[in-house]
Every structure is written in structure tokens, then in C-alpha cells.
Design a protein around this ligand. Sequence first.
Ligand SMILES: Nc1nc2c(c(=O)[nH]1)N[C@H]1C(S)=C(S)[C@@H](COP(=O)(O)O)O[C@H]1N2
Ligand SMILES: [Mo]
Length: 321
Amino acid sequence: MHIMRRRGWELPEHMATPEHLFFDRRAFLQAAGLMAATLSPAAAMAQRIADLPDPTSDLYPAKRNEKFKLDRPITDEAINTNYNNFYEFGSSKSIARAAQALRLRPWTIKIEGMVEKPQEVGIDDLIRKMPLEERLYRHRCVEAWGMAIPWTGFPLAKLVDLAKPTSSAKYVRMETFLDKNMAFGQRAPYYPWPYVEGVTMAEAMNDLAFVVTGAYGKPVSKSQGAPLRLALPWKYGFKSIKSITRVIFTDQRPKTFWETLQSSEYGFWANVNPQVPHPRWSQATEEVIGTGQRRPTLLFNGYGEFVADLYKDLKGERLWA
Ligand SMILES: Nc1nc2c(c(=O)[nH]1)N[C@H]1C(S)=C(S)[C@@H](COP(=O)(O)O)O[C@H]1N2
Ligand SMILES: [Mo]
């Protein structure tokens, strides 16, 4: 194996890592992670380049915003990062190993549609432009399980400010990468890839809508949707799209991944409501992952004080799943 030369995008000059990390084989392998050893040589090489120390790691841990409180303990990091939904890497909860194939650099986010000027922004530039903070949020999957997570990131409203949408924009549509060589799940033709989600402009501007770059005081893990995902804690987890590469401002309500697959079960709004069952199971309680216990589900997942106003004038909409 020969060592590849460092490219411009891997590390900005001001974050330069000591050269020995690149040329000392032991340190190199540590930095790259041993997961790469199980991949094909070409994939492993790409993997090692992409897994060099995260260029934004100096930004963590970020200061906690005490406004957001939990009613239960934080879920153990090891449990959280090994119990995931991320269909790009398989349909079980155990996708963490497969998700190591996710290449995190270079990573570009396209901002387009009804904006003053379309832009493409590199993930490291974007993260450094944004005011990072930590928020303790709960996360409720439509499958009736929940977790509590210390996310790091920035308000979605800040991304909207950066994008400068025009007054015709009514929705923000977001998409995950599309690369079936990297993500074997995307070879399954019965799924409508890429993963698509969306919110209204009013939801995007709400204080709770959060763009995640980190968790547990460091850059967010691959299985949790690195390098950029959403956290909308008042909605079922499928709204919180992972590994975002496109943000499109539009006047068309996005037809989401799950809605396309099964519109009788999953809609656009997907707000949490214990009284509205999923067609195939109750939403009255949730399993608290890592504890073996169940708790009652809360309306808007307990976040009604922040978001209930967004929906009070919406008549005839299927707000709950
Ligand atoms: N791109 C993408 N985003 C996704 C998913 C997915 O399969 N692909 N699953 C969703 C679902 S159903 C849930 S519950 C959450 C899971 O996030 P977590 O693994 O961090 O708990 O991610 C959401 N975002
Ligand atoms: Mo979910």
C-alpha cells in the first residue's frame, strides 16, 4: 500500500495535522479506523482518506443551550450509535458497521431552487460559518421507540438565512446523497432513492428545528447520519433526514421517501400524537431504548410549547403520521 498525498479538501491549512499522522503507519491506521480493513482495497483507500481526523473536531464540545431540558437520562452513546434506522445501509437496526462505508469528505451541500442565488457549500466551510451549540433532545421513531441525545449543531433558521430564499418559497426539501457503490441499500430498486424529506418555511424557522453536525460532544457518527442531518424532535424520527447533500427551496410540498413508499402510513406532517395510532400499531407508549422500559408517548413528543402554534389553523390536514 502506498500513502496517498493529501489533497486540498482533506484539511484546510489552518487545521493542518502534523505530518506524522500521514506517514507513520500505526498512527495512520488508528486515525483511519480498522473498519476499512474489511473493505476492498480501492474502497479501503478512499475510506482512509475520508476518515482522516475530522477537520472540525476542534469545535467540540460546543456550549450547551440550557433552554432544552430532558425528562429522562441521556441514552448511552454506544447504544445510540448501534441502534439506527439508515436504510441506505440496510433495513435492520444494526447498520453501524455497514455505515462505515460512508465517505465524509469531500462533502458538498447544494442549496438551490427558489433562492436569490444557488450555492454549493463545502461541509467544513458551512460548519465554521454556523454558531454551534449543544441541545439535549428526545427522538421518537414511528416504530414506538425513543432515545435522548446530546446533539450539536445550529438552528435550521440559520441555514435558511444563508440560503436567502425568495418570497415564493413555501417548503424546504432536503435530500440525502445518491451513491449505490458507497451505500449498498441504494441498490434495492423498490425504494425511491434518494431519501427525501421536507418542512414548511414556518417549521424551518421554528426554534426547535435543528441541523445536527455533532453528538456526544464530537462530530456526529456515520450511523447517526454524518456529516449533516436534521433533528425535528416533535415529529416522528423519519422526518429527521440523515447525510444531507441538497437543500431545495420550493413552492411544491415535497413528496417524501416514506410517503412515496407507503402513503397510507406515513404523511408529510408526521407530528407525534399518542392518540393517533399508526395503522398497524399503537403510539400510546414508547420503548425507552437501553432501559427495557416503556413510557407514555407525549403529544408533539413533549415539545408542544414550542410548536403547537404552527398547526392551529391547519384544517383538514393529516397532521399526525
Ligand atoms: N437518509 C436517511 N435518513 C433517515 C433515515 C434513513 O433511512 N435514511 N431513517 C429515519 C428514521 S426512520 C429515523 S427513526 C431516524 C433514526 O435516527 P438515529 O439512527 O440517529 O436514531 O433517522 C431518519 N433519517
Ligand atoms: Mo424511524
